[in-house]
Design a protein around this ligand. Structure first.
Ligand SMILES: Nc1nc2c(ncn2[C@@H]2O[C@H](COP(=O)(O)OP(=O)(O)OP(=O)(O)O)[C@@H](O)[C@H]2O)c(=O)[nH]1
Ligand SMILES: [Mg+2]
Length: 383
């Protein structure tokens, strides 16, 4: 059976922030925005720890975390199963202690990231101030890919610096306008220049062209920013208001455009039972390697074990080795968790995040592997 979505169109993303920055609101809005209009905007939420949706032909999986309550160990475990991170920063509160912790953990896990500056509708919102804080506190180059049009009560839209257009939101969706608002003209020109200058550091030909006054076109600019994000050279920043459903589509676009697919990242490393270092590429044809990262008791399905597959596949009604414990597990069902439904799969493949039903001995942090070619996963995580 062929894959529905090629692996280079997978994005698995951890959402991290300080308490109350708006992670859960944001994930809800992201999921809503990806649902066909016919399904309505208020579906029952399954409150799954990991939720899958589709955007522009890509499969996006979001893993929400809990600000202050999540232990460092829990966050690290989540970071070991994602390919990229969105750090949410409250535009009014700015960088908080928990933001600093989240950032450090994402650094330790060597994860490419985006920043979403949330709550731009709040009276004290200060987008430029947050950019300055990110640069000063984290020593990275924050790159605004859009600027807010107005802030606080006057927050009315975004100026998209990549596509050079204003985005406004109406009940019917987004509208676009190529005219830069006059009060933003200077700032937009400066920020776009900074974006382009940073982007061309990723390719000599683009840098040489810029010296001659030739700027990369839109498609090339996206490609260069993507390269820089994956190399962790800089961090794109998207402004918005999750609560008001503003900037949500722009963030989905940024996730697709800039965050890595499993195929953009180094192979998974682990140990064979005798201790030898082994690697698994993100590929269905490789032996199974999956990491259990959380469990839940689903009201309908009972106990579920959430796993990320790094390589190989796992079919319902088969067995897998828990290589961390040396026990065999029955995989009764493989479920993909959407915002409002559980989809039973005949099998899951490399890159998928799924819930498994039927596991008896597996707990968070355990590896599931091909019994013929076992591996115990080691990830470069902090904890
Ligand atoms: N004004 C405004 N309020 C927001 C926005 N986004 C979230 N909120 C509010 O901020 C509060 C916290 O939002 P949550 O989404 O629960 O934040 P969280 O980051 O998931 O919080 P924890 O999981 O507790 O760490 C809620 O009252 C939200 O309604 C926004 O864009 N603007
Ligand atoms: Mg939350």
């Amino acid at each position: 059976m062929a894959r529905d979505i090629p692996l280079n169109r997978y994005r698995t993303i951890g959402v991290l922030a300080a308490e109350d920055a708006g992670k859960t609101t944001l994930v809800e809005r992201l999921l809503q925005a990806t649902r066909p209009a016919a399904e309505g905007t208020h579906g029952a939420s399954l409150a799954s720890p990991a939720t899958v949706c589709a955007w522009r032909g890509h499969q996006l999986t979001f893993i929400d975390t809990h600000g202050a309550w999540a232990s460092t160990e829990e966050v690290s475990r989540i970071l070991s199963v994602v390919d990229g991170v969105v750090i949410v920063i409250d535009a009014e509160a700015g960088i908080e202690d928990e933001t600093v912790r989240a950032w450090a953990l994402a650094d330790a896990a060597q994860l490419p990231r985006l920043v979403f500056v949330n709550k731009l509708d709040r009276a004290g919102a200060d987008f430029a101030g947050v950019l300055d804080q990110v640069a000063a506190r984290f020593g990275v180059r924050p790159l605004a890919v859009a600027l807010p049009v107005g802030q606080g009560a006057g927050f009315a839209g975004l100026y998209d610096l990549v596509h050079e257009r204003v985005v406004h939101w109406t009940a019917a969706g987004e509208t676009h306008d190529p005219e830069v608002p006059s009060e933003l003209m200077r700032d937009a020109a400066q920020r776009r220049k900074a974006l382009i200058q940073a982007a061309v550091t990723q390719a000599d030909d683009a840098a040489q062209a810029l010296e001659k006054g030739v700027r990369p076109d839109e498609a090339r600019l996206v490609e260069l920013v993507r390269a820089g994000v994956i190399a962790r050279a800089f961090v794109p920043v998207v402004p918005g208001s999750a609560f008001r459903n503003q900037g949500v589509d722009s963030l989905l676009d940024a996730m697709v455009d800039y965050l890595p697919a499993p195929t953009d990242l180094p192979a998974l490393r682990g140990r064979a039972p005798e201790g030898a270092l082994v690697e698994r590429r993100a590929d269905d044809a490789e032996p199974l390697a999956a990491l259990a990262f959380t469990t839940m008791v689903d009201p309908v399905m009972g106990p579920l074990t959430f796993v990320r597959l790094f390589s190989g596949s796992v079919a319902s009604g088969t067995q897998a080795l828990n290589s961390s414990r040396g026990t065999t597990e029955e995989i009764r069902r493989v479920l993909r968790m959407h915002a409002d439904r559980r989809e039973a799969l005949t099998e899951a493949r490399a890159g998928d995040v799924v819930a498994l039903q039927g596991l008896e001995a597996t707990t968070t942090g355990d590896t599931l592997a091909d019994p013929a070619q076992p591996i115990v996963i080691e990830r470069p995580i902090a904890a």
